[in-house]
Design a protein around this ligand. Structure first.
Ligand SMILES: [Zn+2]
Length: 304
């Protein structure tokens, strides 16, 4: 089945929908446990999520969406105080509205710097702006050929840095693997770990090697998941940046195990990944290994 023919995801029904005026018929807002808003973009193949995390003094906006439509008016409907924008990592589907919240905090590396200074255009996103990536075709008011992610000013995060929001503290965890700049935000008292693209219920990408997506490192990814298994208690909830919003911390160990088994066995399986996932990887053989509810996509040559 083509992605665009997949019926509306049942998991949205688990969460409380918040109706907002400035949704551009594109964004969907959900009130999640722990006083967090999850904002979803279900009409694009990426099915990306980003998060508004309020405190009593200020709020963190973790990622700014794909940028097809402005998101600041929607955020202002939900929260009218100071907003600190943080990127989980620099991939195009998380930074689209960065310029309206600058400076944006990130774990700066050379890839991040380049995107921040130059922005992105359609060519930088591979096939992701093709019309079949959109559930109902291109939304009214969106032109892929003139679409740009604007450059943005940024500030650099450190591992262990904390943000005091008033009644809530968020701690930055540097969690490289998917990309070098990947971070998570940990609300230890609230028992929430915002995982970015490092864990979600879907295909986890450990195979990138290009300017637009930077370099994944599957060995470092495994070490990251092993560290999280040790450090994150089992009653913490994971709030993820794609697909279903919430899953449990036991998944961190499951991902560590799946990555470890891939590295141990090297290449033993054949079978290409879903073609839609191969868009920037011409000439490289990829494999997708399945766990329970998620999978890992990796380059065969990286594990030999
Ligand atoms: Zn990513």
């Amino acid at each position: 089945m083509e992605w665009r023919d997949v019926p509306r995801r049942a998991y949205y029904g688990k969460y409380e929908r918040v109706h907002v005026k400035n949704d551009y018929s594109w964004y969907e807002v959900y009130r999640l446990p722990g006083n967090v808003y999850g904002i979803a973009e279900p009409q694009h193949f990426q099915e990306v999520n980003f998060y508004l995390i309020p405190g009593t003094e200020r709020a963190v906006l973790l990622d700014t969406g794909m940028g097809f439509f402005p998101v600041e008016p929607l955020i202002r409907e939900l929260y009218d105080g100071e907003i600190i924008a943080i990127n989980s990592h620099f991939h195009f589907d998380h930074i689209g509205n960065n310029h309206t919240f600058e400076p944006v905090y990130n774990f700066t590396d050379a890839y991040v710097q380049r995107v921040a200074e130059q922005g992105l255009c359609r060519e930088d996103t591979g096939a992701q702006m093709d019309e079949d990536m959109f559930k109902h075709g291109y939304p009214a008011g969106f032109d892929p050929d003139t679409f740009r992610i604007a450059p943005f000013r940024y500030r650099t995060l450190q591992d262990g840095q904390t943000f005091e929001l008033g009644g809530r503290t968020l701690k930055v965890l540097h969690t490289p693997g998917h990309s070098h700049d990947s971070i998570m935000l940990y609300d230890q008292a609230g028992k929430i770990l915002f995982t970015g693209d490092t864990f979600y219920l879907g295909a986890l990408y450990a195979h990138f090697a290009c300017d637009q997506f930077g370099r994944s490192d599957i060995r470092v990814y495994q070490e990251t998941m092993e560290r999280l298994r040790r450090e994150i208690p089992s009653d913490v909830n994971l709030y993820c940046s794609h697909n279903d919003f919430i899953t449990h911390a036991g998944r961190l160990g499951e991902a560590a195990d799946l990555l470890a088994s891939i590295l141990r066995e090297g290449e033993t399986e054949s079978g290409a990944v879903n073609k839609g996932h191969q868009y920037l990887e011409e000439g490289r053989m990829l494999n997708e290994r399945f766990g329970n509810g998620f999978s890992v996509v990796y380059a065969v040559n990286d594990v030999k």
